[in-house]
Design a protein around this ligand. Structure first.
Ligand SMILES: C[S@@+](CC[C@H](N)C(=O)[O-])C[C@H]1O[C@@H](n2cnc3c(N)ncnc32)[C@H](O)[C@@H]1O
Length: 289
């Protein structure tokens, strides 16, 4: 674990990670500090603005690489391997992860009983997901359901405790105002033995790659946003929000603080996370014992 994490006790670490400014009434929105109570609406407005072009932009910005990462994420989790799974995909947006979970279970394990609840804060993103699922065999089946809710506070009547085998969140948690609250809710809704898995942009560990990646993300991505989606600002936010997300060791510590058991606090086999493309993205996992 890096020196910075070793020096901080858990409460200090929380304070450092959840509040990027001296005041607990503010938080970050990309590189800006904004009142905490405003961030959720600002994030909602970003995703309402990008919803209709989200899938096209994802392919353009990542040159299709997000598909490989998502495939890797879902294949590693291997849903359906030990019988039908009850899954919940938070910040599910247009349903990319849910679709892969259902396809994987069906194609690899002949499983048509695995289910996914897709949950998102933004009705426009969910609408795009619903349109997309209409073109699939899962439409109008008990295998998929869409829910409008906040990952930080899932209504217990709708999302009871100890209910899911697998909780996924991909490229969503960095947009949440209170990451520890998201992790606590994940722990609550999972069954004992259930798995939490997160795919998120992360910290690049190689300085050359980091320089190339910075110049690509800060100059090309907002430009693509303005050309393809006529929306430079939203894509500027997306790039900035990546840089504000905790490092892999800090995030893995937050997962453990929420009560999950993880691998050792390091990268790779037996570790709490696995880097993709040198840390451009990372997969973190934890189990609720
Ligand atoms: C970058 S998209 C990711 C969508 C999808 N998981 C994927 O990988 O393509 C982030 C999503 O997080 C959702 N989101 C942001 N904050 C949220 C929150 N507090 N609770 C639930 N969803 C949230 C946004 O509405 C948006 O749909």
């Amino acid at each position: 674990m890096p020196a910075a994490s070793r020096r901080l006790r858990p409460l200090q670490l929380h304070a450092r990670l959840t509040h990027s400014s001296p005041s607990s009434d503010t938080t970050h929105f990309g590189f800006q500090n904004v009142p905490r109570h405003k961030k959720e609406d600002m994030v909602k407005s970003v995703f309402s603005s990008v919803a209709s072009s989200y899938d096209v932009m994802n392919d353009a910005m990542s040159l299709g690489v997000h598909r490989l990462w998502k495939h890797d994420f879902v294949s590693t989790l291997n849903p359906g391997a030990s019988g039908p799974s009850k899954c919940i995909d938070l910040a599910g947006g247009t349903g990319d992860i849910a679709l892969r979970i259902l396809d994987h279970a069906r194609e690899k394990h002949y499983d048509r009983e695995t289910t996914v609840d897709i949950v998102d804060l933004n009705p426009d993103m969910l609408k795009e997901g619903q349109k997309r699922f209409k073109q699939t065999m899962y439409h109008n089946t008990p295998q998929v359901a869409f829910h409008l809710a906040n990952a930080q506070a899932l209504p217990p009547a709708q999302f009871p405790s100890n209910n899911y085998d697998l909780y996924t969140i991909a490229f969503g948690i960095r947009n949440c105002t209170d990451i520890p609250a998201v992790l606590r809710e994940a722990h609550r809704v999972l069954k004992p033995g259930g798995t939490f898995a997160c795919l998120e942009f992360s910290r690049v560990d190689n300085s050359l790659l980091s320089t190339l990646y910075d110049s690509y993300s800060f100059s090309i991505i907002p430009l693509m946003g303005s050309i393809i989606a006529a929306d430079r600002d939203s894509y500027q936010y997306l790039v900035e929000s990546i840089r504000r997300f905790p490092s892999q060791p800090d995030f893995s510590e937050m997962i453990r603080e929420a009560g999950f058991t993880t691998g050792a606090p390091r990268e790779g086999k037996g570790g709490a996370w696995r880097n993709l493309w040198g840390g451009v993205a990372a997969i973190h996992a934890g189990v609720k014992l």
